[in-house]
Design a protein around this ligand. Structure first.
Ligand SMILES: Nc1ncnc2c1ncn2[C@@H]1O[C@H](COP(=O)(O)OP(=O)(O)OP(=O)(O)O)[C@@H](O)[C@H]1O
Ligand SMILES: [Mg+2]
Length: 605
C-alpha cells in the first residue's frame, strides 16, 4: 500500500486545490512581464537610434498607458519600438507555448493510465539506454569485448520491446529485453506479432536466430537480409511446402539421442500433439510416450533412420528394437518394450494406436523426406551443434496443428539442448546469444518442457520469445501448472491487442495496481463559494482499458517493475524498412511462381 500511495499520487492535485489564487498571481505577473517586454524593446530601439528610454517603474508604465511616448522613449521612433515589441512578444509567446506543451506532456492528465504508469516510471530504467547497453557489454563479454555501452548499436543492446508511451501521443525511451531475458507475449491475430516482434528480432539477432511460423512471412522478410548481414546460411525447414522453395537439407532427429532421457524428451513432443480434448491422451498418453521413446532409442542406437520407427509402430510384434536395446545394455527399457508388446491385446492396441496418432508425421512421405537420409546422399545435414556456434538462421514452418508440428518442436528443442551444451564451453553463456522466436508456439512448437526451460534458458544466453494468442491457449498445451511456471519464469511479459479473457484481464488489472484520482467540486452557501477536492482510489487500468489496448501497442510486465505501456516498433517504421519491403516483394514473387509451376505440373502430369 505504501508503494501505491507514494507512487500514484494524483498528478496536478496541488494545483487543483490552489487554482483560483494561483491564476490571479500568474495573471498579475503576466501584466508586469508585458510592460517589461515593451521596455526592453524600447531600450533596444534606443540603442540603435540616437533616442533614449526612461527608467523602468510605475511612472514609466503610466507614461506608456497614457500614450506619452515622448516621455517613455524620448527621441526613439515609436514604430521601431512597436516592431521590436512584436518580434520579442512573438518569440517569447512561441517559447512559452512550447514550454506549456512540455510541462503538460510531463504532467499528463489525472486518471490517464499512460500518465500513471509511464510518467516518472524509473523501474524500467535498466531496460533503456544507458543501463541496458552497459548490461549488454557485461553479458556479451566475448562478442562485445572492448565495446563501450554508449557506442553500441541498438541491435546489440537487446531485443526492442517498444517505445514508452507518453501523454498526448508522444513517445519516450526505447526499452529492450536483455540477453538474459526470457520473453512471453500474448497477442491476438493482427496485433503485431510478426511485424513488431518476429521480423525485427530475427533481422537484428547478433548470433544464431530461429523462428517458427505457420506462414512464410518471417522467412520472406528476413532471409535475404540475414544472409547479407551475417554472410552465413539461412536454413528453411518447410516440410509442408508453405513457401514452395524445395528441400535443401535434411535433419536427423535421432542423431544425438544416446540415453533414455534423450529419447524420452524427443518422444514427449510427439505425444503433446494428440488432440487436447482427446481422452486417449490421458488414458494411453504416458504409455504411448514410453513406447515411442523405446523405439526411438532403439532406432538411434541401431543407426536406423526415422522411418524405421514408423515401421515398428505399425508392427506390434517386431522383435528388432528389443534386440537392439538389449545389445546396447538398456535391459530395463528392452524388458519394458517386450512387456508392452505382450500385454493383453486391447491395452496394447490402445497404446500402439495412440502412439501412431502422436507420431503420424512419420507416416507422411513428404514430411519424412526432411528427416530421413537422402537416397542419393547429396543433401547437407543440419547440425544443431554447429548452428548454435554460428550466426546462421533457421526458419521452421508448419501449418497449425499439422502432423509436422512435433518435428518443429523437436528441432527447436534439439537446438536448445545444443545451445546449453555449447554454453558450458563458453563460461556458462552462449555468446553471441541465440534468439528463438516461437510464434504460434501453442500450435506448432509444443515443446513439452518449455515451462521448465524458461527458468534457465536466459541465464545460458538463449533468449526464447514465445508468442501465444492467449493465456488459455497456453493452458491447453502446457496445463494450468505449466503456464503458471512459465508465467513466473518469464522475465519479460508483453500483452498486446485483443486480450479478451475476462479472468486474465481482471488479474492483469489487479497486478497493475491502483492510484488516487481526485474529483473537484464547487458549492455555494452562506454567501460564499466553497471549493473542495476528494480523493478516490481506483484501478489504473480497468479490465475494459486492457481490452482496448490498441494494435501495435503492448503492456509490458518486466521483473519487479511497474507495468509500462509501449508503442511497439514494427519493421516498416525501422531503418531496414525499405530493404525488408523489397525482400518481401521478391520472396512473394518467388513463392507465387514456384506454386504456379508446381500446380501446373500436378495438373499436367
Ligand atoms: N508494411 C506494412 N505497413 C503497414 N502496416 C502493415 C504492414 N505490414 C503489416 N501491417 C499491418 O500490421 C498489423 C499487424 O500485422 P502482423 O502480421 O504483425 O500481425 P500478427 O500479429 O502477426 O497476425 P497473425 O496472427 O495474422 O500472424 C496488421 O494490421 C497488418 O495489416
Ligand atoms: Mg503473424
Amino acid at each position: 500500500m505504501a508503494l501505491q500511495s507514494n507512487k500514484f499520487q494524483p498528478r496536478g492535485g496541488a494545483m487543483a486545490a490552489g487554482t483560483p489564487p494561483l491564476l490571479v498571481v500568474l495573471a498579475l505577473w503576466g501584466v508586469v512581464a508585458l510592460f517589461g517586454v515593451v521596455w526592453v524593446a524600447a531600450w533596444l530601439a534606443a540603442l540603435v537610434t540616437p533616442g533614449e528610454v526612461g527608467s523602468f517603474g510605475a511612472r514609466w508604465v503610466l507614461w506608456l498607458v497614457t500614450g506619452d511616448t515622448g516621455q517613455a522613449w524620448p527621441g526613439t521612433p515609436t514604430l521601431l519600438v512597436v516592431l521590436f515589441t512584436a518580434v520579442m512578444g512573438g518569440g517569447l509567446g512561441y517559447l512559452g507555448y512550447r514550454g506549456f506543451l512540455l510541462v503538460r506532456a510531463r504532467l499528463g492528465s489525472e486518471g490517464d493510465p499512460v500518465t500513471a504508469l509511464n510518467v516518472g516510471n524509473s523501474d524500467v530504467a535498466e531496460l533503456a539506454r544507458p543501463e541496458a547497453a552497459e548490461k549488454a557489454v557485461r553479458l556479451r563479454k566475448h562478442s562485445l569485448r572492448g565495446s563501450q555501452g554508449a557506442s553500441l548499436d541498438n541491435r546489440d543492446v537487446g531485443l526492442t520491446l517498444g517505445d514508452m508511451k507518453l501523454p498526448h501521443g508522444r513517445t519516450g525511451k526505447r526499452l529492450f529485453a536483455s540477453w538474459e531475458d526470457t520473453v512471453l507475449a500474448y497477442m491476438a491475430p493482427r496485433a503485431g506479432k510478426t511485424t513488431a516482434l518476429a521480423i525485427p528480432y530475427v533481422v537484428d539477432a547478433p548470433g544464431p536466430a530461429l523462428a517458427t511460423s505457420n506462414k512464410g512471412d518471417v522467412w520472406a522478410a528476413t532471409a535475404k537480409l540475414r544472409e547479407e548481414r551475417t554472410g552465413e546460411r539461412v536454413w528453411l525447414f518447410d516440410p509442408q511446402s508453405i513457401t514452395h522453395q524445395g528441400q535443401q537439407f535434411w535433419w536427423n532427429p535421432l542423431r544425438n539421442v544416446k540415453t533414455v532421457e534423450d529419447a524420452y524428451r524427443l518422444a514427449s513432443h510427439f505425444v503433446l500433439t494428440i488432440d487436447d480434448e482427446d481422452s486417449k491422451k490421458d488414458m494411453w498418453g504416458p504409455a504411448a510416450k514410453a513406447l515411442i521413446s523405446q523405439l526411438m532409442l532403439a532406432a538411434a542406437l541401431g543407426d536406423e533412420p526415422m522411418e524405421r520407427v514408423a515401421e515398428w509402430l505399425h508392427d506390434a510384434k517386431q522383435p528388432r528394437p528389443i534386440e537392439i536395446l538389449f545389445d546396447h545394455g538398456f535391459i530395463a527399457y528392452a524388458e519394458a518394450l517386450r512387456e508392452t508388446q505382450n500385454i493383453v491385446s486391447e491395452t496394447r492396441d490402445g497404446i500402439y494406436t495412440t502412439a501412431r496418432t502422436a507420431a503420424r508425421c512419420l507416416d507422411d512421405p513428404e514430411i519424412m523426406l526432411w528427416v530421413n537420409p537422402p537416397e542419393d546422399g547429396e543433401m547437407d545435414e543440419f547440425d544443431p551443434r554447429e548452428f548454435v556456434r554460428s550466426k546462421q538462421t533457421l526458419h521452421l514452418l508448419s501449418k497449425s496443428r499439422s502432423a509436422a508440428a512435433p518435428l518443429i518442436a523437436a528441432m527447436t528443442d534439439a537446438i536448445f539442448i545444443a545451445g546449453e551444451e555449447a554454453s558450458e564451453g563458453m563460461g556458462g553463456r552462449l555468446d553471441p546469444p541465440l534468439v528463438a522466436v516461437l510464434d504460434e508456439a501453442a500450435n506448432i512448437c509444443k515443446i513439452a518442457d518449455l515451462p521448465d526451460l524458461y527458468s534457465h534458458l536466459g541465464s545460458r544466453g538463449i533468449v526464447p520469445v514465445t508468442i501465444l494468442q492467449s493465456y488459455r491457449q497456453g493452458v491447453r498445451v502446457w496445463t494450468e501448472n505449466g503456464m503458471e511456471a512459465m508465467w513466473s519464469a518469464a522475465t519479460v511479459k508483453l500483452f498486446g491487442a485483443g486480450l479478451d479473457d475476462h479472468k486474465i484481464v481482471e488479474a492483469l488489472a489487479k497486478l497493475i495496481g491502483q492510484h488516487d484520482v481526485s474529483t473537484t467540486s464547487f458549492s455555494y452557501g452562506d454567501g460564499k463559494g466553497n471549493h473542495s477536492v476528494q480523493l478516490r482510489r481506483q484501478e489504473i487500468m480497468e479490465g475494459a482499458d486492457i481490452r482496448r489496448i490498441g494494435k501495435g501497442e503492448a503492456l509490458l510486465f518486466a521483473t519487479a517493475a511497474q507495468a509500462t505501456l509501449l508503442k511497439m516498433c514494427p519493421w516498416y517504421t525501422g531503418r531496414d524498412a525499405e530493404r525488408i519491403g523489397t525482400a518481401i516483394t521478391e520472396a512473394e514473387k518467388s513463392v507465387t511462381e514456384n506454386a504456379q509451376r508446381r500446380y501446373a505440373r500436378t495438373d499436367n502430369p
